[in-house]
Ligand binder design. Structure first.
Ligand SMILES: C[S@@+](CC[C@H](N)C(=O)[O-])C[C@H]1O[C@@H](n2cnc3c(N)ncnc32)[C@H](O)[C@@H]1O
Length: 189
């Protein structure tokens, strides 16, 4: 299938960048937290799951794992990717992401991690949950790999508001794209 128009302007810059970076690699492994909520959505919710599924189906040696606590979202992701013919190389996991990775279920190094779980709203604890999860998966992100965080409503408010200052201050990641969807590159362990 042709390259989709995904995620509106807010995310397109980041996805275009990641597509180019991933296509340079001989093998890629991508993890997404929070899967397709609305079926067939290339724009906004759902765009990332379909984008990554499309990407790994257009790469000779790629894997994509998407995790969601809600079986309906996983079912949507399975059906939508099947319908578009992009479900090869995709693994769908229904689980609480923190429980899953506390159990050390990440088994290989990752080139790209996309954090888009717990919805962010006042007192939601979303930023705390994302930070807790990040600390579990960080060790699996390759040096040179990318961390993407969706829904940054401002530089200091959104799903990554605890992660971003932490990784920048420690000088282990650099900010590559600072928009509604943030792209960070890991530069050292
Ligand atoms: C914004 S949606 C994800 C959209 C998707 N990333 C996309 O763009 O294609 C957020 C998802 O996070 C999931 N979620 C919430 N808490 C979670 C948890 N503890 N573990 C895994 N997924 C969770 C929700 O069920 C919801 O489907």
């Amino acid at each position: 299938m042709n390259k989709p128009k995904y995620g509106g302007k807010n995310r397109m810059i980041g996805f275009d960048f990641i597509e180019k970076e991933m296509m340079k690699l001989k093998e890629i492994s991508i993890l997404e937290i929070g899967s397709l909520r609305f079926p067939d959505s290339w724009d906004g919710h759902g765009c990332a799951t379909l984008f990554f599924a499309w990407l790994v189906n257009n790469h000779p040696k790629a894997k994509f794992v998407t995790v969601d606590i809600d079986p309906k979202c996983i079912d949507n992701a399975v059906k939508a990717t099947n319908k578009l013919g992009i479900s090869n190389n995709v693994k769908f996991i229904t689980a609480d992401a923190i429980d899953l990775f506390k159990g050390k279920n990440v088994i290989e190094k990752l080139d790209c991690v996309y954090l888009d779980g717990w919805d962010y709203f006042p007192n939601s604890q979303s930023e705390k949950k994302h930070f807790e999860l990040f600390k579990l998966v960080d060790e699996y992100i390759k040096v040179g790999g990318y961390l993407l965080i969706d829904d940054m409503y401002s530089p200091t408010s959104g799903k990554g508001e605890l992660i971003i200052p932490n990784v920048l201050e420690s000088k282990r990641y650099i900010m590559v794209i600072h928009g509604y969807m943030v792209v960070l590159k890991k530069i050292k362990e």
